[in-house]
Design a protein around this ligand. Structure first.
Ligand SMILES: Cc1cc2nc3c(=O)[nH]c(=O)nc-3n(C[C@H](O)[C@H](O)[C@H](O)COP(=O)(O)OP(=O)(O)OC[C@H]3O[C@@H](n4cnc5c(N)ncnc54)[C@H](O)[C@@H]3O)c2cc1C
Length: 502
């Protein structure tokens, strides 16, 4: 089916809107993967990808701080359908190149409209379609209609990162920037840099800054677990050496990594102390310091499975600390001063540049206003079907990936799920699908999106009240468990009572 310019005069439908079977929001790794699966598995469907930026890549285009890279391996962060042929941990540029190849090899480019910021999505039950409004770069409002909306706009605000409400921030006379907004033209050679934070972003920028800066201080409220390793996969290297083809290597190495991660997750829960001791041993090996001191800066308070393990290639953070290029301070901020930051224990840390690596501002559905038959959607009034669909919001899916495993594993999995759903709707002649609580779900207790005890990154906890709610059965939760979902989701019975077709 070709894209058609359609005039729809029925009540509630948008006039002069371009119509597509499917509209994908966002050209990040989720949107591009979803477009690929749609083309492959629903080949007759017309679709468009609306992307507010001028190019694809999402996260990997937004972040430009020194050393920006993945902290998952690309054998699993890459798509299942396109072999990854490099070292497991990849720079943002390498990931963008990989995505560019996916777009080109599969002729996805002509379906993407760059510079289109979606500003509203409204569903009309009379027409069984969504009207999506977008503002293009000239400021003009464009209207699109679609039968199905595939939200791949990510989970955080790309323009406004999270900056705590620090006292005296305006008093600081040096340069203050959030890592998400780092300008790559910034000259930091010979400067004293203070990085506030200790998560994956801090773990990346701290050793990268240390290469050229006069000194780097990492000020953390609390320590993080680090996994030190060389950036290589021995199995992949060996298979390449003996002449195995890349698609086979990709498949086998993915299986190996996912198996190892599953074991690791289980061990983190059953023997966290042993795992922590192993993580420490890696630090000792990479720094060559058998007496490396882990107290107080490298002994986290949370349990090892509750947040993603921060990857540390060749122990770079620890080596920079041992070499005296990096100082770690574990304290809270009392206030900013003219010269830097004063901590709660009274120490003043002076810096020429302060970089906040304080995380994201959660953005539910891109903060885009949604309505169903004129009634605004309040996401916290909805219940999620497996973190993919939502009660009361028809013909729509949202790609929310994994955090402990690679995000993209869920992009592929949801690609299959959504395409199966669309094909099933065609088979039964349905124009609309809703997810609904079943009779056996009556009275099911509803709780916030995610169990704090299971997984608790700051940006999710800060915005939990804006998120859809979950139930206590697998169908009504996003459990972040790839190893359970890899069997459950493909086995979904689309004729089940949780799906209502009309
Ligand atoms: C520095 C960094 C490193 C990370 N490393 C890893 C890792 O190693 N492994 C891992 O699994 N995860 C990692 N993550 C998490 C990462 O964000 C996800 O894995 C993944 O990249 C998200 O992809 P996405 O396409 O869903 O969303 P995004 O990358 O956020 O892309 C969403 C796209 O939608 C567009 N968009 C948003 N709103 C609108 C709108 N209103 N209209 C039109 N377009 C819109 C955006 O411009 C963007 O291009 C990392 C995150 C960061 C910030």
């Amino acid at each position: 089916m070709l894209d058609t310019l359609e005039r729809n005069d029925s009540a509630g439908a948008a006039a002069n809107a371009e119509h597509f079977d499917v509209l994908i929001a966002g050209a990040g790794i989720s949107g591009i993967g979803s477009a690929y699966h749609l083309q492959q598995q629903c080949s007759g469907k017309s679709y468009v990808v609306l992307e507010m930026k001028d190019t694809f890549g999402g996260t990997w285009e937004t972040h430009k701080y020194p050393g920006v890279r993945s902290d998952s391996d690309l054998y699993t962060f890459g798509y299942r359908f396109k072999p990854w042929v490099g070292a497991p941990i990849a720079s943002a540029d390498e990931i963008l190149k990989y995505m560019g190849e996916v777009i080109e090899e599969n002729h996805i480019g002509p379906n993407i409209r760059y510079g289109h910021r979606i500003t509203g999505c409204s569903w009309s039950s009379a027409d069984n379609r969504w009207t999506v409004e977008a503002v293009d770069k000239t400021g003009a409002t464009k209207r699109f209609t679609c039968n199905f909306l595939w939200m791949c706009q990510g989970y955080y605000d790309h323009e406004k990162p999270y900056i705590p409400d620090w006292e005296g921030l305006n008093d600081y006379k040096g340069q203050f920037v959030h890592a998400q907004l780092w300008d790559p033209k910034t000259d930091y050679a010979g400067k004293r840099i203070l990085v506030i934070g200790s998560g994956a972003t801090a773990a990346t920028v701290v050793p990268a800054f240390a290469e050229k800066a006069a000194h780097v201080t990492m000020l953390q409220r609390s320590p993080t677990y680090f996994f030190c390793s060389e950036n290589k996969n021995e199995l992949a290297d060996r298979l390449r050496e003996i002449g195995i083809d890349e698609p086979t290597i990709h498949r086998v190495v993915r299986a190996q990594i996912m198996y190892d991660q599953d074991m690791m997750t289980k061990r983190c829960q059953t023997e966290p102390e042993v795992v922590f001791e192993e993580l420490k041993e890696l630090v000792r090996a990479f720094t060559g310091k058998p007496d490396f001191e882990f107290e107080p800066h490298f002994t986290p308070k949370y349990r090892v499975w509750q947040q993603r393990l921060a990857f540390c290639p060749n122990g770079d953070v620890f080596r920079a600390a041992v070499e005296g290029k990096v100082t770690v301070v574990t304290d809270t901020i009392d206030r900013f001063t003219e010269k830097g930051v004063r901590t709660s224990s009274g120490e003043e840390i002076e810096a020429d540049i302060i970089v906040a690596a304080t995380g994201f501002r959660l953005s539910v559905m891109g903060d885009i206003p949604f309505s169903v038959d004129g009634k605004p959607v309040n996401w916290s009034d909805t219940v999620t079907y497996r973190g993919m669909m939502f009660t009361g919001v028809p013909n729509m899916a949202w790609v929310m990936g994994y955090f402990r495993a690679s995000w993209t594993l869920r992009v592929d999995m949801m690609g299959d799920f959504v395409c199966n759903l669309l094909n099933h709707m065609d088979e039964v002649g349905a124009k609309r699908v809703d997810v609904q609580l079943r009779p056996e779900d009556a009275g099911m207790p509803l709780a916030p999106w995610i169990e704090e005890d299971n997984f608790n990154p700051g940006y999710l906890m800060r915005g939990l009240d804006k998120m859809p709610r979950r139930g206590d059965k697998p169908e009504w939760r996003h459990n972040q468990d790839y190893w359970a979902e890899k069997d459950q989701i493909p086995a979904t019975d689309l004729t089940g009572a949780e799906f209502k077709y009309s």
